[in-house]
Design a binder for this molecule. Structure first.
Ligand code: NAP
Length: 248
């Protein structure tokens, strides 16, 4: 991976924990300058900066920013652009779950998931459009889920948000492909993070039975796919969904 992202700047949302944190670590190891956001986990975000800054010389900054807010996204893109010069790669990773059956689902649970998971992708992508169009280059990577492809009982809000990301990304790929801006989706399966820690052993076992590789995925395995899509190894790939799911 070393050097694959040299001289590139990436902005990753939700880099304080889980898959986003692994992306920050792997992108820095691949030579990128990295800006990342957190929402609540300031301590984790600052610790990550400290750890990585002691080993790598690239530019690395974290920003508190709510991905669900358009005005916050606009301010973030302006600030990162100023601090880093350019943004070559955007990874929309921030996400939450509020799982429950539809009969019990409150409007607030629907809104929170749609705003954080789907509207955030609109917010950040819309805000970065002008700078990317101007530089006539860019790679946008949106983190969906296999649940967005299959649906899942108890996750109608989450599955809708993740399926929405796929339609959005395929449309953006068509809108800006002629300007050398690519937009792809990663659909992770069952990855070992705080998000999946909340699930019961019974649910985990049910998932495991349906995973061909018979294990959960690791955050770095999703991060390595993001490096591929961010790098010049994938210059002719856009509008695609890559599942990182162990053959689920
Ligand atoms: P996680 O461990 O719960 O971490 C979520 C990250 O998103 C945290 O850094 C969190 O920041 C950030 N975040 C949440 N709301 C935010 C907001 N409003 N603004 C900015 N950042 C926000 O989750 P994960 O498992 O790494 O998931 C990362 C992405 O992968 C999500 O989009 C998720 O849906 C997707 N995914 C995960 C799995 C899986 O099995 N884990 C499978 C498929 C897809 P703070 O801690 O600072 O609030």
């Amino acid at each position: 991976m070393s050097g694959l992202l040299a001289n590139k700047t990436a902005l990753i949302t939700g880099g304080s924990r889980g898959i986003g944190k692994a992306m920050v670590e792997r992108f820095v190891a691949a030579g990128a300058n990295v800006a990342f956001t957190y929402h609540h986990s300031q301590t984790e975000a600052e610790q990550l900066i400290q750890e990585l800054s002691s080993k790598h010389k690239q530019h690395l900054v974290c920003y508190q920013s709510d991905a669900a807010s358009l005005s916050a996204a606009e301010a973030l893109i302006a600030k990162v652009g100023k601090d880093f010069g350019t943004i070559d790669i955007l990874v929309n990773n921030a996400g939450i779950t509020r799982d429950t059956l539809l009969l019990r689902m409150q409007e607030a649970q629907w809104d929170a998931v749609i705003n954080t998971n789907l509207k955030s992708v609109f917010n950040l992508t819309k805000s970065i459009m002008r700078p990317m169009l101007k530089q006539r280059a860019g790679s946008i990577i949106n983190i969906s889920s296999v649940v967005g492809l299959t649906g899942n009982a108890g996750q109608a809000n989450y599955a809708a948000s993740k399926a929405g990301i796929i339609g959005f990304s395929k449309s953006i790929a068509r809108e800006v492909g002629s300007r050398n801006i690519r937009c792809n989706v990663i659909a992770p399966g069952f990855i070992n993070t705080d998000m999946t820690d909340q699930l019961s052993e019974k649910i985990k076992q049910q998932f495991l039975e349906r995973i061909a590789l018979k294990r959960l995925g690791e955050a770095k395995e999703v991060a390595d796919t993001a490096i591929f899509l961010a790098s010049d190894l994938s210059t002719y790939i856009t509008g695609q969904v890559i599942s990182v799911c162990g053959g689920y």
